[in-house]
Ligand binder design. Structure first.
Ligand SMILES: C[S@@+](CC[C@H](N)C(=O)[O-])C[C@H]1O[C@@H](n2cnc3c(N)ncnc32)[C@H](O)[C@@H]1O
Length: 306
C-alpha cells in the first residue's frame, strides 16, 4: 500500500493531494473522507447531458472517458472544419507539440519543475507529455478544474523515486490559489515551466486570461518558462469560427479563438524561444509521423523569463 506523502489542503478553491509512490504501482488517492475514484459520487458532480471540453477532447484523442453528448457535439461541430478526422489530427498534433515542448524544457532548457494547468484527462491518447520521462528527478504539479480529471488524478500521481507529482483541483482563473497549492511541491524561488496546453481558449476575455497568465509569470523567478498552445481562427476564419461557435453554444463553457497578436501577448515581457510562436506542427518538428495533411488551427510557442 502506498501512503500519500502529504494531505495538503482543503482550501475553498482547491483540493490538493500529494503522492510519493512509484510509477506503475496501483494507487488509491485519498482526499479527506472521500476516496477517488471508487467513491466517485461522493466527490464529483457530472452532468452527462451537457458536453464538456475535457471529455470532448478525450473523444478526439480516441479515449473512452466521454459521453454520448460529448461525441455528438464534436461530430456535429467538426463538420465545419471538414470532418472529425481534421479535428482529430489537430488534437494529436497538439499532443505531439506538448511532448516536444516538454522534451525541450526538461532537456535542453534543463527545467526540473513543471506546472501543467488544464492537464486534461490522463491517458486519453495513452502518451501523456510527462516531464519525468525526460528528467526522472522532475517535480510536476498538474492542475485542472474538471471533476472527471480529478477522478483520474491517481494515474497522474505516481512518480519516480527521485521526483514528485501532485494534483490540484484548481482553476487557472485563480492563479494565486494555484500557486499556493503548487508551492507545497515546487520551490517557487527556482525556475518553473508553466504549461498551458489548449486551455486558454476556454477562458473568455471577461475573465482576463492575459492578466491571469501575467500574474502566474510574475510570481516566478527569472529562468522560468511559459509554454502555450492556443486555437486560432486566423487561417480559416469561417470554418474554425463556425466550429467554435457551435461548441460554445452546445458545451458548458467558452471557446474563444484568438489571432496571433492576441496569443503573442501572453508572452509579453518574455524572450520567445526559436522558432517563435508558430503553427504547432512547425514548432521544432522531430520528423516523427507523416507530413500533416491538415495544418491544425493552433499556434504554439515557448517563452523564457529573463
Ligand atoms: C482541451 S483540454 C487540454 C488538455 C491538455 N492540456 C492538452 O493540451 O492536451 C483542456 C483542459 O483544460 C481544463 N480547463 C478548462 N478550463 C480550466 C480552468 N479555468 N482551470 C483549470 N483547468 C481548466 C479542462 O477541464 C480540460 O481538461
Amino acid at each position: 500500500m502506498i501512503e500519500p506523502a502529504q494531505e495538503l489542503s482543503d482550501a475553498r478553491s482547491r483540493r490538493v493531494v500529494s503522492w510519493a509512490g512509484s510509477k506503475g504501482e496501483a494507487a488509491v488517492v485519498s482526499e479527506g473522507e472521500a476516496v477517488v475514484p471508487e467513491d466517485l459520487d461522493d466527490v464529483v458532480e457530472i452532468d452527462p447531458t451537457v458536453a464538456h471540453s475535457a471529455r470532448m477532447y478525450d473523444y478526439l484523442l480516441g479515449g473512452s472517458t466521454n459521453f454520448e453528448v460529448d461525441r455528438a457535439t464534436v461530430d456535429r461541430a467538426t463538420v465545419a472544419v471538414g470532418g472529425i478526422d481534421n479535428a482529430r489530427a489537430s488534437a494529436r498534433a497538439n499532443r505531439a507539440f506538448l511532448a516536444r515542448a516538454v522534451r525541450y524544457l526538461a532537456g535542453e532548457a534543463g527545467v526540473r519543475q513543471f506546472l501543467d494547468i488544464g492537464t486534461g484527462i490522463p491517458g486519453s491518447d495513452g502518451r501523456h507529455a510527462d516531464p519525468q520521462h525526460v528528467a526522472p528527478d522532475a517535480r510536476v504539479v498538474y492542475v485542472d478544474n474538471d471533476p472527471i480529471v480529478l477522478a483520474h488524478a491517481h494515474t497522474l500521481l505516481t512518480t519516480t523515486p527521485e521526483g514528485a507529482t501532485a494534483y490540484i483541483d484548481g482553476d487557472l482563473r485563480d492563479p494565486e490559489g494555484v500557486l499556493a497549492g503548487a508551492k507545497e511541491t515546487l520551490d517557487l524561488s527556482r525556475p518553473v515551466a508553466v504549461v498551458l496546453g489548449l486551455v486558454l481558449h476556454l477562458v473568455p476575455d471577461r475573465d482576463d486570461p492575459h492578466g491571469v497568465v501575467a500574474r502566474l509569470v510574475d510570481a516566478l523567478p527569472s529562468g522560468s518558462y511559459l509554454a502555450v498552445s492556443h486555437v486560432t481562427s486566423e487561417a480559416l476564419p469561417r470554418e474554425v469560427g463556425e466550429m467554435a461557435g457551435q461548441l460554445e453554444r452546445a458545451a458548458d463553457g467558452a471557446f474563444v479563438t484568438r489571432d496571433r497578436g492576441e496569443i503573442r501577448r501572453f508572452f509579453d515581457g518574455l524572450e520567445i524561444i526559436e522558432p517563435g510562436l508558430v503553427p504547432i506542427e512547425r514548432w521544432r518538428p522531430d520528423g516523427a509521423g507523416a507530413k500533416p495533411r491538415w495544418l491544425s488551427a493552433t499556434y504554439g510557442g515557448i517563452g523564457r523569463k529573463r
